[in-house]
Design a protein around this ligand. Structure first.
Ligand SMILES: NC(=O)c1ccc[n+]([C@@H]2O[C@H](COP(=O)([O-])OP(=O)(O)OC[C@H]3O[C@@H](n4cnc5c(N)ncnc54)[C@H](O)[C@@H]3O)[C@@H](O)[C@H]2O)c1
Length: 254
């Protein structure tokens, strides 16, 4: 087995499910030690067990990314457990309730932005000093195709995912000379519990997701995980600030 990320430490938020679990597994398969962070301890434990049963190294940290102290403790755990932090996949997020903006309780709008945008802000701010201590690192923030186009009935999701792309660009410029690369990834529909929930809530969306895919299918979590691992690898050493679209051709279809 090749282990190009041996002696590297990867942190994944929302690592207890979906894209976070698949990416935690992919980092571990490439030899990295993985800190799996989530508010869902059972999901996190399942991810750790899956990595360990495949011979990898991982540890779970109970973390709410909307809470600054919790995020600080998560980054401290990377240092305590494995000696530092090299790669961070800031992935925890929520789709929010599907409804028209005019009908929306402002508290729901704030809740989604708090998690999807401020959650990423909290993580990036805590991760940067840890990466500077190592002489560099890579941060991948999870946006969405909703970070590049509008989706009706998903205004806070669309707004927060656009903001993640903007935050990523600005921070990438701030740290470009300090060997920290910062990128956003923009998946279309991928088969995870989040999409299963969204399809259940909205049959119209289910139909669109099933029928409007240029490739005739939605994506698999491993198809995002493999791209995240590549973006963290030496092969992507001249990439920073970009929006990496992984959508099976969806945005090209207009
Ligand atoms: N699945 C898709 O089609 C898709 C497409 C584009 C973007 N995304 C984005 O990818 C990310 C992951 O989505 P997923 O489909 O794997 O969802 P998911 O619901 O399967 O997993 C999300 C994970 O985040 C965790 N989480 C929620 N709130 C948290 C908090 N406050 N602190 C820490 N962890 C928290 C959950 O417990 C869960 O384990 C999200 O940011 C989502 O917006 C998903």
């Amino acid at each position: 087995m090749t282990t190009p990320m041996e002696n590297k430490v990867a942190l994944v938020t929302g690592g207890g499910s979906g894209l976070g679990r698949a990416t935690s597994e992919a980092f571990a398969a490439n030899g990295a030690s993985v800190v799996v962070a989530d508010i869902d301890a059972d999901g996190g434990a399942e991810t750790v067990a899956s990595i360990e049963s495949a011979g990898g190294s991982a540890t779970f940290v109970d973390c709410d990314v909307t809470d600054e102290a919790s995020v600080a403790a998560m980054v401290a755990a990377c240092k305590d457990e494995y000696g530092g932090l090299d790669f961070a996949y800031n992935n925890a997020g929520t789709e929010g309730k599907q409804q028209l903006l005019g009908d929306m309780d402002p508290a729901e709008f704030r809740r989604v932005v708090e998690l999807n945008l401020f959650g990423v802000f909290n993580c990036v701010q805590a991760e940067l000093p840890a990466m500077l201590e190592r002489g560099g690192g890579v941060i991948i923030n999870t946006s969405s195709t909703a970070g590049l186009r509008g989706y009706p009935q998903l205004a806070p999701y669309t707004a927060s995912k656009h903001a993640v792309a903007g935050l990523t660009k600005a921070v990438a410029l701030e740290y470009a000379e300090q060997n920290i690369r910062v990128l956003s990834i923009h998946p279309s529909a991928i088969e995870t519990p989040m999409v299963a929930r969204a399809m259940e809530d909205n049959p119209d969306m289910a139909e669109a997701l099933e029928n409007d895919q240029p490739m005739g299918r939605i994506g698999q979590p491993s198809e995002i995980a493999d791209v995240v691992v590549f973006l963290c690898s030496a092969g992507a050493s001249f990439m920073t600030g970009s929006q990496i679209v992984v959508d099976g051709g969806l945005l090209s279809a207009g």
